[in-house]
Unconditional design. Structure first.
Length: 327
């Protein structure tokens, strides 16, 4: 008797009216047919790759991308795809002509079915990919038979920085993920958006990997508040990041590229202070300032609704103290 696979209908997030409202709202805001609530951005990215690929495929992504660095090798674990890494420009945006050249088929190589983009770019310090670049990458990918998935964890930050509606960005991808937490300040959750057919498949995969959440209305309600009230205030975070970045630039031993501070992430190098990143992070934490390290010398700070410009100035004072004490 032939073996068949059948997806059985089960009670899940789609049965909750608050979740349905959130999913409809999210899809409408980014200009897609449908969306599905996910407990994290990592899960949403994973489902996106699973829906666009088959085992043994290759996906193109920038070599500093979040999906490659910070998602626990999920690409190898479940979709079982191989990343084809390409180096972006100064702000980590891929060159469409380089991507076009990479699409040349290899007789013995894997099939390339997906291009993954990131806007804003985390490891680049929250830099923004211009709409025109996204359009060219989207056109190149489609001409080569590839779909495009956008890791848009902070896509609303990107829209504000570019001064465009978010749909000007999202129209140049087949699917996208964005976070309800981070700048939008909900307690948890991310949305995966795309066509209805794509989202129907994503729901099945989400259930299969244990990502279903029946008791989701309470967090979905917070997601609705985030989308309705928090998007418009994101420029405040960008201004606070600028205050922080400009202050850091004046501190001896800190190396920061102010042109890279385009949204709410501030990334800089502390090798000139005589401390490595781990020591610097530990000493700041002891004085109440939280930050993380990207490399042995590179630091990342992020602003959000609970960080005011006064807080940024207080943090700068503490940074100066820590550096002076270390010397």
């Amino acid at each position: 008797m032939p073996c068949t696979t059948r997806w059985w209908a089960t009670k899940d997030t789609a049965d909750d009216p608050t979740v349905r409202r959130l999913e409809e709202l999210a899809a409408e805001i980014v200009g897609k047919e449908a969306s599905v609530f996910c407990v994290s951005g990592t899960l949403a990215n994973l489902l996106g790759v699973m829906c666009h690929t088959i085992h043994g495929d290759e996906i193109i992504c920038e070599d500093e991308s979040h999906i490659f660095w910070y998602e626990s090798a999920g690409l190898a674990l479940l979709p079982a795809v191989q990343p084809f890494l390409m180096t972006g420009d100064r702000f980590r945006a891929l060159d469409p002509e380089h991507v076009k050249a990479a699409l040349k088929p290899l007789s013995s190589g894997p099939s390339r079915r997906l291009l993954c983009l990131e806007n804003t770019h985390n490891r680049a310090g929250g830099t923004v990919m211009p709409v025109e670049t996204m359009k060219r990458l989207y056109d190149v990918a489609h001409a080569g038979g590839l779909k495009v998935h956008l890791d848009g964890a902070r896509v609303f930050n990107a829209a504000h920085a570019l001064g465009v509606p978010v749909t000007d960005i999202t129209r140049h991808c087949d699917s996208l993920m964005f976070c309800l937490s981070k700048g939008l300040s909900a307690p948890m959750g991310s949305m995966l958006c795309g066509s209805k057919e794509f989202i129907d498949q994503a729901r099945k995969f989400r259930k299969a990997v244990g990502g279903g959440l029946r008791q989701s209305g309470v967090v979905a309600a917070a997601g609705i508040v985030a989308l309705e009230t928090m998007v418009s205030r994101l420029p405040e975070d960008h201004k606070t990041a600028q205050v922080l970045a400009e202050g850091l630039a004046e501190i001896p031993g800190i190396d920061i590229d102010l042109e890279s501070v385009q949204t709410n992430i501030v990334a800089y190098d502390v090798s000139g202070t005589g401390m490595d990143a781990a020591t610097y992070v530990k000493k700041l934490a002891a004085k109440g300032v939280k930050c993380t390290s990207h490399t042995q010398t590179r630091i990342r700070m992020v602003t959000h609704k609970d960080v005011t410009q006064a807080d940024a100035k207080q943090a700068l004072m503490i940074v100066r103290q820590v550096i002076e004490e270390s010397r």
